[in-house]
Design a protein around this ligand. Structure first.
Ligand SMILES: Nc1nc2c(ncn2[C@@H]2O[C@H](COP(=O)(O)OP(=O)(O)OP(=O)(O)O)[C@@H](O)[C@H]2O)c(=O)[nH]1
Length: 301
């Protein structure tokens, strides 16, 4: 059971190249997590990490187009980067405390200032900055915009990293966790979505459906013009009776699951979603090694 007052939501780390975003992400997670770029860039959000504690779940996403001013000069990318920032709760802009604020920082700040999310200024690398430098950087950062919070930290030494997490969580809303607590690392989008749908089904049936059900995303197509992500997924069950239950009378149950999942996936992905769900009976799918990998539960998934 989730604690009363449990909070959940999304945060993104932005900042010019080399500001220290990846190092901070790793420090937040408390271990080196694989940061891959294997995820198809069909959606605005790339999931980097999910941090779950007793009282919160903080999902760190990457917002493509916000780090690299040169790539983002085109109107279109600019706009989509900004839109991406609209769906998340907290934007943390990482500024290197040991370097003067430059044009790269100013560019990123402009994007951040235009979004609705809560804005946290992170002054990074305090281990190599003098107290005078940090104080001066605070002042310079205040000039960039009005922040909801400011934290000076060192991802390398770990100093104040927890304080940053606390600030970010403070701005999240109360609500249930989006993902299972043991999901931590960067995952391919298909696995994230499959896991998400599975979670919805389990919740929707209040544990009447066994945890042995599996979900696999078979295909994903993004239509740029419509800003629409088509997702084709299969729900695997072990028995016919389970299939009947998930489909429901005249398909009522699966329809409901589909529309609930779709609405949340739209928020999750930051674009419109068309969701096609199929139910298949596959006995003992869990024992099949290839299947396990495909479903994203086994090692090496
Ligand atoms: N001394 C010190 N160095 C840091 C700290 N955080 C990051 N660095 C170093 O700064 C450099 C850039 O850090 P990254 O975390 O890769 O920066 P980034 O913002 O993710 O960079 P891009 O991926 O290019 O956008 C690396 O050499 C890090 O080791 C810190 O807290 N202290």
């Amino acid at each position: 059971m989730q604690k009363e007052g449990f909070k959940s939501g999304f945060a993104t780390l932005v900042g010019r190249p080399n500001a220290g975003k990846s190092t901070l992400l790793n420090a937040i997670m408390g271990k080196k997590i694989a940061i891959t770029s294997s995820t198809a860039q069909t959606t605005r959000h790339r999931f980097r990490a999910v941090l779950t504690r007793d009282d919160f779940q903080l999902i760190l996403v990457d917002t493509p187009g916000i780090h690299k001013p040169h790539d983002a000069l085109g109107e279109e990318l600019n706009e989509s980067a900004l839109k991406g920032l609209q769906d998340i709760d907290v934007v943390a802009m990482v500024i290197d405390a040991s370097q003067p604020i430059g044009r790269g920082d100013e560019w990123v700040a402009k994007q951040v200032a235009a979004c609705k999310a809560r804005r946290i200024c992170v002054l990074s690398k305090t281990d190599i900055a003098t107290p005078e430098q940090i104080a001066a950087q605070r002042e310079a950062a205040e000039v960039l915009m009005t922040w909801d919070a400011m934290v000076a930290l060192s991802a390398r030494s770990g100093a104040n990293v927890d304080a940053f997490v606390e600030e970010a969580v403070f701005f999240l809303s109360e609500g249930p966790a989006w993902f299972p607590p043991d999901m931590q690392t960067d995952q391919p989008m298909e696995v994230v979505i499959a896991e998400f749908i599975r979670e919805k089904i389990l919740r929707s049936f209040h544990d009447e459906v066994p945890h042995s059900i599996g979900v696999a995303v078979d295909n994903m197509q993004y239509e740029k013009k419509k800003d629409l992500q088509r997702i084709f997924a299969t729900i695997y069950v072990e028995r016919d009776s389970q299939k009947g239950m998930i489909i429901g009378k005249k398909g009522a149950a699966i329809k409901r699951i589909g529309s609930e999942a779709r609405a949340d996936l739209e928020q999750l992905l930051g674009c419109r979603v068309f969701l096609d769900l199929n139910v298949k009976v596959k006995k003992n799918w869990r024992r099949d090694a290839t299947q396990i990998r495909r479903f994203g539960y086994g090692e090496g998934a």
